[in-house]
Design a protein around this ligand. Structure first.
Ligand SMILES: [Zn+2]
Length: 327
């Protein structure tokens, strides 16, 4: 088999994965629809196919990553404090959108291993801070854990997560602490630390661990969560410049391309859109995510998309608007 990826990209999306209303600080629950609208106005838009044939996750899948009490609270809205523990509020409509968007991530991982020559995009976020017994940091449900466990149980394939959000993704280690199978299903959870050149050096160390795991067969799927909040001008972030943010994407996908050449087959890959908080200019967040996918397409499918993201400096009136715990 060739190591080549197709130039067309699969985006897992349907409107049900979008929250009906923004109720908290984070705009991420609405991001999939905002991004779909945004990307269609860029040169990348014509290279996307939509995969809409997927289901919300079941209660049994919810329970694979969360305690009975939290599952009950999230499904019923009671007790309110626990149901709203992610910080995104709670409504029946929001709950349903979360169940659907975790279903999208699960479908994305399954599609990637079935059609590894396709780059798969899941335009969702809000997974990596959820704990077994509660939500946290704008993340109600541990979608990474649910999708990883399901792939491992149904296909025997382990996942490596490359989490280049600004904030450490605790969901996987927190779940593994109470369910050791999570450690087998998702043996690598790479979170670069530091800022600037140190961030990129830390990324390189993590990427070499993932590459080794791929070529030795201990993981079979790479998932990327490239948060726009690692950008220096994000309201809740700040680690890297625009050039370094783009370089993070380039190095990540170049590692996947290298592993694919060594294996002589495309490595299944899913990329998703973790945090990004720019109330002053949300187009900056959406543009960074477009750039991320364009770089994946360029590096993996050798299909260049003429696109340069426009990232605006913070508006002076909102630059201090960070009185929220960073996530
Ligand atoms: Zn974050």
């Amino acid at each position: 088999m060739s190591a080549a990826y197709e130039p067309r990209i699969t985006v897992v999306f349907r409107p049900e994965i979008v929250a009906p209303l923004r109720r908290g600080y984070s705009r991420s629950p609405c991001k999939p629809a905002l991004w779909m609208e945004h990307v269609r106005q860029t040169p990348l838009g014509e290279h996307l196919d939509t995969l809409a044939d997927f289901e919300p996750i079941t209660t049994a899948l919810l329970a694979s990553a969360h305690t009975r009490d939290y599952v009950s609270a999230f499904l019923t809205g009671k007790p309110r404090g626990l149901a709203e523990s992610s910080g995104n509020g709670w409504s029946a409509g929001y709950r349903d959108s979360v169940l659907a968007k975790v279903g999208a991530l699960l479908a994305a991982t399954q599609h990637a291993v079935t059609r590894p020559e396709r780059i798969v995009v899941c335009p969702t976020s809000g997974d990596h801070h959820a704990q077994p017994s509660r939500g946290g940091g704008f993340c109600p449900i541990a979608g990474q854990v649910i999708a990883g466990l399901e792939l491992f149980r149904t296909r025997g394939i382990a996942t490596a997560w490359i989490d280049t959000d600004e904030h450490y993704g605790n969901a996987i280690p927190d779940a593994a602490a109470v369910c050791p199978e999570v450690g087998q299903a998702i043996p690598l959870n790479i979170n670069p630390s530091g800022s600037g050149a140190a961030y990129l050096a830390s990324l390189d160390q993590g990427l070499s661990r993932v590459e080794h795991a791929l070529v030795t067969g201990s993981v079979g799927l790479v998932c990327v969560g490239h948060g726009a909040d690692s950008h220096e001008w994000d309201a809740l972030g700040g680690s890297v410049t625009t050039a370094q943010w783009l370089e993070t994407a380039r190095r990540t996908y170049a590692m996947v391309a290298r592993a694919s050449r060594r294996l002589q087959r495309p490595v299944p890959i899913v990329t998703s859109f973790f945090g990004g908080y720019r109330d002053d200019d949300y187009a900056s967040v959406l543009d960074l995510h477009v750039a991320d996918v364009a770089i994946a397409r360029d590096v993996l499918a050798q299909a260049r998309t003429p696109f340069t993201p426009t990232v605006s400096p913070p508006h002076p009136d909102t630059s201090g608007a960070t009185a929220v715990h960073p996530r």
